[in-house]
Design a protein around this ligand. Structure first.
Ligand SMILES: Nc1c(/N=C/[C@H](O)[C@H](O)[C@H](O)COP(=O)(O)O)[nH]c(=O)[nH]c1=O
Length: 372
């Protein structure tokens, strides 16, 4: 990437072009759901003849846009693409056929598609047509970017991130349940940016009753607000709750016994109410329903009760902890995870700390759940 900035185009290696394609893909992550974010670069005689990202589900794919930009230069060109070109008719015609038709000489691919319907088919089509194909360039970086998409394809449920903010002694509020504010404005802005990269954000009714959150991004030039989801078994949410405002779509999940008249009143507020088949809300049923709606990434902002159920259910793929340099104390001050947790330390959920950053005065730890 530095080479692209400083050394001009001369002497670029294939990894440099793939890095550019990955930067393009990373820049659209969060806006292409339920499609993956893909970037592509077309190179002819050592110069960049096209570069593009897939911008929105249903619109043209990255490699098609980049090759179209190249025009007549596409003949005999090299194409770098972050995910294996599609070989099947989705909302748009297959890219593999398009690349063949345009006379592309070589296709470099970072990550292979895990979808059994398409895995390897695009590559096979290209090779049968005499196109040279090389895979696995910057594979690790691409597979990290595609973790949510791969999870969604394989499980048909959203990739779940739990975000929580706590003091250095692990409290999300004081004993009197005051929580304004644990972390700094910079950290809370960073958390709202995290929201803007998610398809949906979920909280429990306790958080609505205690914090009355708006659950929007409220960032300049930010993309659309995520869908707001509230787990509210008995439909206790007050009609004047801020989360019922018109700033973003809101879906409330309730149990089978929730009062019907409350459901009607919420529907008057243009709020979607999903009545689940059991009296108790089961996390796996909620996730299946969200997957059905094409929600690929879900940010769970708790509070403690909901976080506790997601933890117990093993339904989380990533945790993001914001830690403030403060000590609040109090044996009854709430911690991020309610419920009874795991009885033995040996049964604690194993994580892998992937990134530790300082955001203003606070720490931000991004942790992946270790595959069991
Ligand atoms: N109390 C804190 C948080 N509190 C998070 C709450 O769950 C809720 O999201 C907040 O009330 C924000 O609501 P809204 O959507 O912005 O209106 N989250 C944080 O990152 N730091 C804190 O100090």
């Amino acid at each position: 990437w530095r080479k692209l900035h400083t050394g001009g185009m001369k002497g670029l290696q294939k990894e440099d072009y793939m890095q550019l394609a990955l930067h393009l893909a990373e820049s659209v992550a969060g806006q292409t759901s339920p499609n993956p974010p893909v970037g592509s670069v077309v190179v002819k005689n050592g110069t960049i003849a096209g570069m593009a990202a897939h911008l929105k589900a249903g619109e043209k794919h990255a490699e098609r846009l980049a090759v179209e930009q190249a025009g007549p230069l596409a003949e005999g060109a090299e194409v770098f693409v972050t995910l294996e070109p599609c070989a099947h008719y989705g909302k748009t015609p297959p890219c593999a056929d398009f690349l063949i038709e345009k006379g592309i000489k070589t296709v470099y691919i970072a990550a292979l598609d895990p979808n059994p319907l398409v895995a390897g088919k695009g590559i096979e089509k290209l090779r049968q047509a005499g196109v040279k194909v090389e895979t696995g360039i910057l594979k690790e970086q691409a597979e990290k970017l595609y973790r949510p998409f791969f999870h969604f394809i394989q499980t048909k449920t959203p990739f779940v991130t739990v975000k929580t903010a706590m003091t250095a002694d692990g409290k999300i509020a004081s004993e009197t349940r005051d929580s304004k504010w644990i972390t700094s404005e910079e950290a809370r802005r960073d958390a709202r940016r995290l929201r803007s990269r998610h398809d949906a954000i979920l909280v429990g009714i306790q958080t609505v009753l205690h914090d009355n959150p708006l659950l929007t991004t409220r960032l300049p030039h930010s993309r659309k607000n995520p869908i707001r989801i509230v787990l509210d078994t008995h439909l206790r949410i007050p009609p004047e709750a801020k989360v019922l405002s018109g700033d973003a779509p809101t879906i409330i999940f309730c149990g089978s016994d929730a009062p019907k008249e409350k459901e009607q009143c919420l529907k008057q507020l243009d709020v979607e109410v999903v009545r689940m088949p059991h009296a108790r809300l089961l996390i796996r049923d909620v996730l299946a329903a969200l997957g059905e709606k094409g929600i690929m990434t879900l940010l769970v902002e708790g509070g403690a009760a909901v976080n506790g159920s997601f933890l117990k259910e093993g339904a989380v793929q990533q945790y993001i902890f914001y830690i403030a340099p403060k000590v609040i104390g109090g044996k009854n001050a709430p911690s991020p995870f309610g419920g009874h947790g795991f009885g033995k330390v040996a049964d604690a959920l194993p994580l892998r700390f992937e990134k530790v950053e300082q955001i203003g005065p606070d720490l931000k730890i991004t942790a992946a759940v270790q595959k069991e």
